[in-house]
Design a protein around this ligand. Structure first.
Ligand SMILES: [Ca+2]
Ligand SMILES: [Ca+2]
Ligand SMILES: [Ca+2]
Length: 422
């Protein structure tokens, strides 16, 4: 920023006085001549003839006169320096031009020229040299030294953050761990916390803090905040009631609990009759009736043609759609409208060989005469098996009997006797 002329004037008057003392005064300037391309004498400012004390005018350079003319007319300041007239003197302000000297003619050498900072370091020029601001991982005056990453190999344990130093590292432990490498687990201080009133416990390194539920305060959230309905936790449309030490929730029908977030079980009082199943619903219950019952609580028996149980002997009763009558589906062995007739299973005379038929439910039994067997007495029992005849006689099977055909010399029903010679 270029300085204000007035400020500058005040600050340089003293300097000018010193300069004037060492140079020719106005009178001597008037008497001085300077040739073409020759510098004017020190301290002379020749209007229209000599530009500065160092440069003569190109066209003509005669007697230097008019030393009191503003010197800046001759544009003495070079390289964009600002010129200020101060009595018989001028002053060049070189700031920002990169030059210095009375005429801003001398280039200021930038100490950062040549980029002395290595490895991406930033160079900052100062009055006595430069300083390098090194990129991460480098050090040294010119950032020429690479810093060894001491966190290589991830030495910190249990999720700790490793901070790399020049020769060592530091592990920044998670709250739950401690030790140089964060290897030791700290007992959770929340394990035996005393936070109350629905507060949440947050563990610290050695202690815990309680984050209170709305409406509570204190280290352990043990203090109720009066007027706490502002942040109440009443749910399901409950109304918040301010209290002196706490608020209360007035629950709408169907809800209970401090915050009205518990559904009331309307089935608890067993409102359904006749073995109906009770279903808990929002502010209500529903009875699922078994067959034959109806009503909100299944309290009403449904009267149908089947209600008086007309079907007998294990039959099932059915009322066809839109019918006022019933149909009995009989169990095996029965017939009739009400299944009250035991079917005569002997009607087809299933017993053979004079067997007597005995009727049962869905079946019969045959009582066979002697000499026959089998479910229907269809088998003639073989009385010759085993052979009852003696002395190799042949046996003839009969009905409940047998006969033996004796070999010569034998007699008797079983040929057991020998003939005697008379
Ligand atoms: Ca309910
Ligand atoms: Ca029968
Ligand atoms: Ca027989």
């Amino acid at each position: 920023m270029r300085r204000d002329a007035a400020t500058l004037l005040a600050s340089v008057v003293a300097v000018v006085m010193v300069i004037s003392a060492g140079v020719a005064d106005a009178q001597s300037c008037k008497q001085t001549t300077c040739g073409k391309a020759e510098p004017a004498p020190d301290g002379c400012f020749c209007d229209n003839f000599c530009k500065t004390s160092f440069d003569c005018c190109e066209d003509i350079c005669e007697v230097c006169e008019d030393v009191c003319r503003p010197a800046c007319n001759n544009k003495p300041c070079q390289n964009g320096g600002a010129c200020y007239n101060i009595q018989h003197e001028f002053l060049c302000d070189c700031e920002g031009t990169g030059h210095e000297g009375k005429f801003c003619h001398k280039r200021i050498v930038d100490p950062c020229e040549g980029h002395p900072c290595e490895n991406g370091g930033e160079c900052a020029a100062g009055t006595s040299g430069y300083a390098c601001k090194c990129a991460e991982g480098f050090t040294g005056n010119n950032c020429e030294i690479r810093i060894e990453d001491t966190c290589l190999g991830e030495p910190c344990l249990n999720g700790a953050t490793c901070l790399s130093g020049t020769a060592t590292f530091v592990c920044q432990c998670d709250d739950a761990f401690t030790g140089t490498l964060c290897e030791s687990l700290i007992a959770d201080p929340c394990q035996n916390h005393q936070c109350v009133n629905g507060a949440t416990c947050f563990r610290g390194t050695i202690d815990y803090t309680c984050e209170c539920a709305p409406g509570f305060t204190g280290i352990f959230c043990e203090i109720s905040i009066p007027g706490s309905c502002i942040n109440n936790q009443c749910q399901n449309g409950a109304t918040c009631i301010e209290g002196t030490t706490n608020y209360a929730c007035r629950c709408p029908p169907g809800w209970k609990g401090f915050f009205c977030n518990d559904d009331i079980d309307e089935c608890e009082g067993e409102p359904c009759f006749n073995n109906a199943e009770c279903l808990n619903q929002f502010d209500s219950f529903h009875c699922r009736c078994i067959t034959g019952f109806t009503g909100r609580r299944c309290e009403t028996e449904i009267i149908t043609p089947c209600s008086h149980a007309p079907c007998q002997n294990g039959a099932t009763c059915e009322v066809p759609n839109r019918s006022t009558n019933y149909i009995c589906h009989c169990a095996p062995g029965y017939t009739g409208t009400d299944c009250d007739i035991d079917i005569d299973d002997c009607a087809t005379a299933p017993c053979l060989n004079d067997g007597v038929c005995i009727d049962h439910v869905a079946g019969y039994e045959c009582d066979c005469v002697p000499g026959f067997t089998g479910p229907d007495c269809e088998i003639n029992i073989n009385e010759c098996d085993p052979n009852p005849c003696d002395n190799d006689a042949l046996c003839d099977d009969g009905i409940a009997s047998f006969s033996c055909n004796c070999l010569p010399g034998f007699t008797g029903a079983r040929c057991a006797d020998r003939y005697r010679r008379v």
